[in-house]
Write a protein that binds this ligand. Structure first.
Ligand SMILES: *[C@@H]1O[C@H](CO)[C@@H](O)[C@H](O)[C@H]1NC(C)=O
Ligand SMILES: *[C@@H]1O[C@H](CO)[C@@H](O)[C@H](O)[C@H]1NC(C)=O
Ligand SMILES: *[C@@H]1O[C@H](CO)[C@@H](O)[C@H](O)[C@H]1NC(C)=O
Ligand SMILES: *[C@@H]1O[C@H](CO)[C@@H](O)[C@H](O)[C@H]1NC(C)=O
Ligand SMILES: *[C@@H]1O[C@H](CO)[C@@H](O)[C@H](O)[C@H]1NC(C)=O
Ligand SMILES: CC(=O)N[C@H]1CO[C@H](CO)[C@@H](O)[C@@H]1O
Length: 537
C-alpha cells in the first residue's frame, strides 16, 4: 500500500493571522500523521460574491438511513427534520435529498411511480413542506434528486402505455422486435440492462417489447416524445413552485437511446465481463446521446425563469458516470451548473501521491474555462471512503474534498468516517446485489454504504426505535457515533470535518487559484492562492 504522506509546514505571516480554525486543522493533521501538505495564502481582497452552491458543502441525505421518526425501521422526512442541527454543526448549507417520491421501492426510490408525490414510508407532502420550511428558516438550501431515466412499471403512464391507451402509447420505448424463422419474436438488438441480460422485456398484452436500461420494473421513458419532456418539465415546475432550490439530475447518460433500434452495440472484450453483463458492451447507442443536451437546456431555462422571478439561484447538477473525461466535460455545456466529478470516488488503497495528482489534474486541466469544479468522494452507490482507502485516510480525503477548489459533496456518514457494514445475503436489500446471487452479491451490492447513520450509543444508535432496522446498524455504534466524536477530547473525523468546512469559508479556499506543489509517489500537496498580502503555512 502506498501512502500519501502528509507533510505540514506552518507559518503565519502577513496581515491576516490564522484563527483558531486554522490552528486546530494543523493540530488535527499532525496528530493523524499528516499526509497532506496544505499551503495557503490568505488575503483580504474583495471579490464579487459567489452563488450559494459554490460556497456550500452539498450534503447528501439518503432518507431511508438518516433518521426514523415513527419506529418502522426506515428513515423519514420528519426524522431528517429533527436532525438539521447536524448539518449546521458540520456547516453544510445545502441538503441534497435522495428520492422520497412515491415508489414500489424495488430500487429504494430510484424507481418512482409518481414524482410529484411523497411515498408514505417517508411521510406526507405536509412533512415535506415542513422540512423545506425548516431548511429555509436556517438559511439553508434544499435540492432534490430528479430521476428522468425511467419510471416504475406501476406508474400510471406505464400501465396505460402497456394497455395501448393512445395518449400514453409512446411514453415508453416500444418495438415489435425481430421475427424469427419459427414465427417467434426476439429483441431488435443486443442491448443489455445495467443489471445484466437483455434490456428488452416482452409484454403479451401489447405484443411488443419495451426498453429498460435498469430493472424490468423500471421502463425507460421515451424522450423523443415531446409529451414526455413536457410531463417531466412540469414535474420540475411542481417542486420549484413548492420552493426547492435545485435538482441533482440522475443518470442523464441513459435518457436517450439511438432512434434506430436495429443497431447492435459492439463487444468491448473487457476482461472478466461475461456476455450477459452490461459491462461486456460498448454503449455507443444507449448512453451519452447528443439529444440529451436539448432536454437539460430546457430545464436550465426553467430554473432560470424562477431565478429571475425571485433572485434565488436554482442549481442543477447532473449525474453521469462517463467513459471519458471529454464526455464528462460535455455536461458543463448542457446548462447544468456542473456535472458530478467522480474522479476521487474511484481512488483506492493502491493510489499514492502521483495517482491522486492525476485524478485531480484530470478534472482541473480538462474543465472548460470559466466553469466551476466539484468533488465527490462517496455516495449511495459506492463503497465508503474508510472501506475503500482505509480509516487512516478519512481525514486526508475529507481535507482534499473540502480544500480543493470548487463545490464538495458529502454523503451522509462520510463526515464520521463510517465504514461499510457487512450484510448477509439473507439481509440483502439491493436488487443489484440480489441479482448476482449468494456467491457474488458482495461484489456489487450497494447495501454496505447505505446502513443507518450513527448518532449516539443508544438503541440503533438513535436512528430508530424499531427492533429491526431496514439494514443492520453498524456493530461498532456504541463507541463510534456522532455524539461520541463530538464530545471526544481528541481529533475525530467529525470535528476535523467541521473545522475544514469552516476553514473553507476563507476567501482563499473559495476563490483562490489552485496548483499542485510537491507531488511524488508518497506526497500530494497543493497551493491555494489569492492575490494580495499573503500568509502561508
Ligand atoms: C401523483 O400524485 C398526485 C397526488 O396524489 C396526484 O394528484 C397525481 O395525479 C399523481 N400523478 C400521477 C402521474 O400518477
Ligand atoms: C424459435 O427460434 C428462436 C431463435 O431463432 C429460438 O430462440 C426459440 O427457442 C425458437 N422457439 C421455438 C418455439 O422453437
Ligand atoms: C434484428 O433485425 C435487424 C435488421 O432487420 C438487424 O440489424 C439486427 O441485428 C437484428 N437483431 C438481432 C438481435 O438479431
Ligand atoms: C485502484 O486504482 C488503480 C488506479 O486508478 C486501478 O488501476 C486499479 O484497478 C484499482 N484497483 C482496484 C482494486 O479497484
Ligand atoms: C424512541 O422512544 C423514546 C421513548 O419513547 C423517545 O423519547 C424517542 O424520541 C424515540 N426515538 C425515535 C428515534 O423514535
Ligand atoms: C447512472 C445510474 O445508474 N443512475 C440511476 C438510474 O436509475 C437506477 C435504477 O433506479 C439507479 O440505481 C441509478 O442510480
Amino acid at each position: 500500500m502506498k501512502r500519501i504522506y502528509v507533510q505540514m509546514s506552518s507559518f503565519v505571516k502577513g496581515r491576516k493571522a490564522a484563527g483558531p480554525v486554522g490552528i486546530s486543522i494543523i493540530l488535527g493533521l499532525l496528530s493523524f500523521m499528516p499526509r497532506l501538505l496544505i499551503v495557503t495564502f490568505l488575503s483580504k481582497t474583495p471579490e464579487p460574491p459567489l452563488e450559494w452552491w459554490q460556497t456550500s458543502v452539498i450534503y447528501q441525505v439518503y432518507p431511508r438511513s438518516f433518521q426514523d421518526s415513527n419506529g418502522d425501521g426506515v428513515g423519514d422526512l420528519q426524522g431528517i427534520r429533527s436532525r438539521l442541527d447536524h448539518l449546521e454543526y458540520i456547516n453544510a448549507r445545502a441538503l441534497w435529498l435522495s428520492p422520497m417520491y412515491e415508489s414500489p421501492m424495488r430500487d429504494f426510490g430510484y424507481d418512482p411511480s409518481n414524482i410529484t408525490n411523497i411515498d408514505p414510508i417517508f411521510g406526507t407532502m405536509e412533512d415535506f413542506d415542513e422540512l423545506l420550511a425548516d431548511v429555509h428558516s436556517r438559511g439553508m438550501k434544499m435540492i432534490l434528486d430528479f430521476i428522468p431515466n425511467h419510471t416504475s412499471d406501476l406508474h400510471k403512464w406505464f400501465q396505460a402505455s402497456k394497455a395501448g391507451v393512445e395518449e400514453y402509447k409512446d411514453y415508453y420505448v416500444w418495438t415489435d422486435g425481430n421475427l424469427t424463422a419459427n414465427g417467434t419474436r426476439v429483441p431488435p438488438n443486443n442491448w443489455k440492462s445495467f443489471f445484466g441480460d437483455s434490456a428488452w422485456e416482452w409484454v403479451e398484452e401489447r405484443q411488443q417489447f419495451y426498453l429498460h436500461q435498469f430493472l424490468k420494473e423500471q421502463p425507460d421513458l421515451n424522450y423523443r416524445n415531446p409529451k414526455v419532456v413536457e410531463e417531466m418539465t412540469n414535474a420540475l415546475r411542481f417542486w420549484l413552485e413548492r420552493g426547492v432550490d435545485g435538482f441533482r439530475i440522475d443518470a442523464v447518460l441513459t435518457m436517450f437511446e439511438s432512434a434506430d433500434l436495429s443497431l447492435n452495440e459492439p463487444l468491448n472484450n473487457r476482461p472478466g465481463a461475461e456476455l450477459w453483463q452490461y459491462e461486456s458492451l460498448e454503449h455507443i447507442y444507449t448512453s451519452h446521446q447528443p439529444e440529451t443536451y436539448e432536454v437539460i437546456a430546457k430545464w436550465r431555462h426553467l430554473a432560470d425563469e424562477y431565478y429571475q422571478k425571485d433572485g434565488n439561484y436554482r442549481f442543477l447538477v447532473t449525474e453521469a458516470y462517463c467513459e471519458t473525461i471529454q464526455q464528462a466535460m460535455y455536461y458543463y455545456h448542457t446548462g447544468a451548473d456542473m456535472p458530478f466529478n467522480f474522479d476521487l470516488v474511484f481512488l483506492n488503497r493502491t493510489c499514492g501521491g502521483d495517482c491522486v495528482d492525476r485524478a485531480i489534474s484530470n478534472w482541473m486541466t480538462n474543465m472548460p474555462i470559466g466553469k466551476w469544479p466539484n468533488w465527490v468522494i462517496g455516495n449511495h452507490d459506492n463503497k465508503r471512503i474508510a472501506t475503500k482507502m482505509g480509516t487512516e485516510f478519512v481525514n486526508a480525503m475529507n481535507t482534499l474534498l473540502l480544500l480543493l477548489p470548487g463545490t464538495p459533496t458529502t454523503y451522509n456518514g462520510e463526515e464520521l468516517g463510517l465504514t461499510n457494514i457487512e450484510v448477509s445475503y439473507e439481509d440483502t436489500q439491493d436488487p443489484f446485489g440480489k441479482r448476482f446471487g449468494p456467491e457474488r452479491y458482495h461484489e456489487v451490492s450497494r447495501d454496505p454504504p447505505r446502513s443507518p447513520m450513527l448518532w449516539d450509543s443508544t438503541h440503533s444508535s438513535g436512528f430508530s426505535n424499531a427492533t429491526k432496522t431496514w439494514l443492520p446498524v453498524h456493530p461498532d455504534y456504541e463507541i463510534f457515533n456522532a455524539e461520541a466524536q463530538k464530545k471526544s477530547e481528541g481529533v475525530t473525523p467529525l470535528k476535523m470535518y467541521r473545522d475544514l468546512s469552516l476553514l473553507r469559508q476563507e476567501a482563499t479556499f473559495q476563490r483562490g487559484t489552485f496548483r499542485p506543489l510537491l507531488v511524488d509517489e508518497n506526497i500530494y500537496s497543493f497551493v491555494r492562492e489569492l492575490e494580495g498580502e499573503s500568509l502561508y503555512y
